[in-house]
Write a protein that binds this ligand. Structure first.
Ligand code: DAH
Length: 345
């Protein structure tokens, strides 16, 4: 048995010395030290020896195993070191070469505009929150005074995504207005909240329409909130965003969740109101819809319209961004062409 161990060790050491790279080394390890390797096989063969011979033979086998493991480790380290060496040599570099300028990232232009809008309303006492893009019909329509079969539901071409209870019960929100319901159901007045976020519409895409766009919803409810608060707050906010001198204009408009409803326009920031291509020669640019929250909406969330009143507004962030930067095609925002996006530092 002693001879067998010695022969095994010698053969192993000879072959190990010849293993010139990591693959050969691994093959050697499997051949000799592996679970089915030659050493393990020889150990299993010990069972055939007479009982009194087994301990000594086993001890000799273990010694061989320890020796081979030791030389294996040493060989492995030597090979690893040899493979490192050339890298260290080539790592020497010419410090006089021009450097590689690291690419610095930046917020997407829509996020930058969102931050600007949020900062403006933040100054006016609004807190920001967000909500789910997948919404219940109830929040997106019904409780906003758009009961089923209400014709004004046609104002929004809707992506319906599921029907938990009945047809079309779950949808992609068509506007951020359902957050009025969610926030008011959870909060007692006074509330002053803005909600930026994505909304979705089943719409053919062109320069001014997308199937996804960003909106900012805002609303304030308290005792004795009036139309004057609406006009003052929104005028202030638009001036913070577009510049102090902008005049604003409010005209009647219809939205089922407000009464009265208005659309707000600002004096064209390109021609200062004298008329140009951007404002279609009117001098005015429409930027948002707003109004006094409909008493039925207040009742729907458990507010008493005799005690509380409020105003609400919703604007398209993409549109604000287009106006701020004179961009004429909304699709540019989402094509993610870095040559376009990098301009907005
Ligand atoms: N949700 C409306 C839309 O997407 C915009 C809007 C209009 C929001 C009037 C309001 C509002 O809160 O009072 O077209």
């Amino acid at each position: 048995m002693q001879d067998t161990w010695e022969a095994l060790q010698q053969a192993a050491e000879r072959e190990l010395a010849a293993a010139g790279d990591v693959q050969a080394l691994e093959a050697w390890r499997i051949e000799y030290l592996g679970r089915r390797g030659r050493l393990a096989q020889a150990m299993r063969g010990l069972g055939q020896l007479p009982p009194e011979a087994r301990p000594a033979a086993g001890a000799a086998g273990n010694a061989v195993k320890a020796a081979l493991t030791g030389v294996y480790d040493a060989r492995k380290q030597a090979l690893a070191a040899a493979e490192q060496a050339p890298v260290e040599e080539t790592a020497a570099f010419d410090v006089t070469l021009p450097g590689i300028r690291p690419r610095v990232g930046q917020a997407h232009v829509i996020n930058q505009v969102m931050a600007k809008v949020m900062a403006a309303f933040g100054q006016l006492g609004f807190r920001a929150t967000d909500g789910p893009e997948v919404e219940w019909d109830r929040n997106n329509f019904t409780l906003l005074n758009l009961p089923e079969e209400h014709p004004a539901r046609d104002m929004w071409d809707t992506f319906y995504v599921g029907n938990v209870g009945k047809p079309g019960e779950v949808l992609l929100r068509t506007h951020t207005s359902p957050m009025q319901i969610r926030v008011m159901e959870q909060t007692e007045p006074p509330v002053r909240v803005i909600v930026p976020g994505k909304v979705y519409r089943y719409e053919a895409t062109d320069a001014t329409h997308g199937w996804m766009l960003y909106q900012v919803e805002g609303f304030a409810v308290d005792c004795r909130v009036t139309m004057a608060d609406l006009k003052g707050t929104l005028t202030q906010a638009i001036q913070l965003i577009f510049g102090r001198e902008r005049r604003t204009r409010f005209r009647c408009d219809y939205f089922p969740f407000v009464e009265p409803g208005v659309d707000m326009a600002m004096e064209c920031h390109v021609c200062d109101g004298s008329g140009c291509g951007v404002c279609s020669s009117t001098g005015w640019i429409e930027i948002l819809g707003a109004g006094m929250i409909h008493p039925q909406v207040l009742r729907n969330v458990g507010y008493d319209p005799e005690e509380y009143s409020g105003f609400a507004f919703g604007m398209g962030l993409d549109r604000i961004a287009m106006l701020l930067y004179g961009i004429d095609d909304l699709r540019l925002f989402y094509d993610n062409d870095l040559r376009f996006l990098r301009q907005f530092r």
